[in-house]
Ligand binder design. Structure first.
Ligand SMILES: [Zn+2]
Length: 261
């Protein structure tokens, strides 16, 4: 997202006021957040509850247990005991997707299982989605949205906690029609960061990170000739290409160290 110089100054001011200058775990990238972790977690929790009300959850005990097993291992590796982790498998073979809302609220759709193929394959995609939440990409986008919409008053919105305004921003930032199973696309840089963090996370959780390259290859391969397929839709929000695979190989050494530990 482009940021004008005035907005940059505002973000710098926010940083000084400690409204939220923090760094992303693992990558160390500095980013500015005008929303607190608490606010974010509350939004994630509310949206998740709303989503679960209408979602058809899978009754396949074996698969649900697999999702939760991966989830437990990932949660442990994430070092976020403050998250109220929850992992659910949604019965929807047409949706090739998964996501994680702030606070560790995860949904995996049955449609992604054939592409994942194995537990390790599924750990790739879950690691990636959880990474978006750990890196607070949604919160970052909300903060950018605040600056864009409220300009100079963004800080007072952020600090005054005008919950209606914050909620609207969250809906915009996450494309909170989570009900349809597709979150708004993240930027390329957020995608790359989620790949990096997800790779280290899955390795820490005891899953072979080398599978990630194979998983994304399958994803990219399946895209061909199916412009409006569920896979193509997932890939429009999580682009997969040669760059992604090259990036993953670049982080592999770091991840393998965690895996072999
Ligand atoms: Zn992503």
């Amino acid at each position: 997202m482009k940021t004008k110089s005035g907005e940059l100054a505002l973000l710098a001011a926010a940083c000084l006021l400690a409204a939220g200058c923090s760094s992303v775990p693992y990558t160390g990238r500095r980013h500015m957040l005008l929303i607190s972790t608490g606010q974010e977690k509350k939004l994630g929790e509310d949206e998740y509850q709303k989503f679960l009300k209408d979602a058809k959850l899978s009754n396949d005990r074996e698969k649900v247990e697999m999702i939760r097993r991966i989830g437990r291992r990932m949660a442990k590796a994430s070092g976020r005991p403050d998250f109220q982790w929850e992992f659910n498998l949604v019965e929807d073979d047409k949706t090739v997707n998964a996501w994680c809302l702030p606070g560790g609220k995860v949904a995996v759709y049955t449609g992604i299982l054939p592409v994942a193929e194995t537990e390790t394959g599924l750990a790739v995609v879950m690691g990636h989605e959880i990474a978006h939440a750990l890196a607070r990409h949604g919160g970052e986008r909300m903060s950018q949205g605040m600056v864009a919409q409220f300009g100079a008053s963004a800080l007072s919105v952020a600090l005054g906690g005008q919950s209606g305004a914050v909620r609207k921003l969250a809906q915009d930032a996450y494309g909170m029609g989570v009900g349809v199973g597709i979150l708004l696309p993240f930027s390329r840089s957020h995608e790359a960061e989620a790949d990096h963090i997800g790779l280290v996370l899955m390795a820490k959780a005891g899953y072979d990170p080398r599978e990630s390259v194979e998983f994304w290859k399958r994803m990219a391969g399946n895209k061909e000739g199916a412009k409006d397929s569920p896979l193509a839709r997932y890939l429009s929000t999580h682009p997969s290409d040669v760059t992604r695979q090259e990036n993953l190989r670049g982080w592999m050494e770091e991840a393998l160290k965690e895996y072999q530990r």
